[in-house]
Write a new protein. Structure first.
Length: 109
C-alpha cells in the first residue's frame, strides 16, 4: 500500500487506463486481422482507428504508421494473389510438381 494518499488514487487510475488501453489494443488487432482477411472493416476505417489510437496515446505514432503500411501491402498482395488451388475428390489440394534436387559440385576442404 502506498504511503502517499494521492498515490492510492494514482494506482486506481493506472489500473483503469491499463484495462481501457488493453481493450483498445485488442480491438485494433482484431480489426487489422479482419481487414487483411477481407472479412471485416474496410482498410480506410482500420487506418483511421490506428490514427485515433495514436492520437490518444494508446499506441506509438510510428507503430500506427507501420501497421497502416503493412495493412496496405497485405491488401495489395491479396488483390494480386492467384486463387487457392481447387480441392480434389480425395479432399486434398493438388500439389505442384516437385523440384528436382540440386547437387552441390564444389566442396571446400
Amino acid at each position: 500500500m502506498p504511503n502517499i494518499k494521492a498515490a492510492e488514487k494514482w494506482s486506481r487510475q493506472t489500473e483503469k487506463r491499463s484495462v481501457r488501453n488493453k481493450d483498445a489494443k485488442s480491438r485494433l488487432k482484431t480489426a487489422y486481422k479482419k481487414a487483411v482477411a477481407g472479412t471485416g472493416d474496410s482498410a480506410s476505417s482500420v487506418e483511421s482507428q490506428f490514427d485515433k489510437a495514436a492520437a490518444k496515446g494508446i499506441i506509438h505514432p510510428n507503430k500506427a504508421a507501420r501497421k497502416k503500411s503493412r495493412l496496405a501491402r497485405a491488401i495489395a498482395k491479396a488483390a494480386t494473389a492467384p486463387a487457392k488451388p481447387v480441392k480434389t475428390k480425395a479432399g486434398k489440394a493438388a500439389k505442384p510438381a516437385a523440384k528436382p534436387a540440386s547437387k552441390k559440385t564444389s566442396k571446400k576442404g
